[in-house]
Design a protein around this ligand. Structure first.
Ligand SMILES: [Zn+2]
Length: 138
């Protein structure tokens, strides 16, 4: 899955939990490298705009908080989706009506047949923080 969210912390060369003061110092340091005396080419013009944009969002505690939430959401989708499987790839237990699928951690993804709603659902592992996406045929 492609990320659509630009990492402003990377742009400002700061840590996610950097203080407002650290962000400010880093921003000022980066902006100095684009001093008007130095040549601004079309290449570094874009990074200059990104630095400005990153700073305008992260300098304000309220917009920073909103941005952090967006970033975590995006990372969650990217990092924790372990696999996409079809319902047909899952093991089905007749007596309990539960579909299950083994996670690489040794844990299980399990879902009750009645919870399977097309076109797809996401199930979390019972042991780790991974999830799988299950394609449910209509
Ligand atoms: Zn797991």
């Amino acid at each position: 899955m492609e990320s659509n969210v630009i990492n402003f912390y990377e742009i400002l060369q700061c840590d996610r939990n950097a203080s407002a003061e650290e962000l400010k110092r880093s921003y000022q340091r980066l902006v100095l490298t684009f001093h008007p005396d130095k040549k601004i080419t079309s290449n570094n013009h874009e990074s200059f705009l990104n630095i400005q944009k990153a700073w305008s969002v992260l300098r304000d505690p309220h917009s920073r908080k909103q941005y952090d939430a967006l970033l975590s959401c995006e990372e969650h989708k990217e990092l924790l989706l372990y696999d996409t499987v079809s319902v047909l790839d899952m093991d089905y237990d007749n007596s309990s009506s539960i579909y299950s699928y083994q996670c690489r951690c040794g844990g299980n993804y399990s879902v009750c047949a009645s919870e399977l709603k097309p076109p797809e659902i996401v199930i979390e592992c019972d042991e780790c923080s991974f999830s799988i996406q299950v394609i449910v045929p209509t």
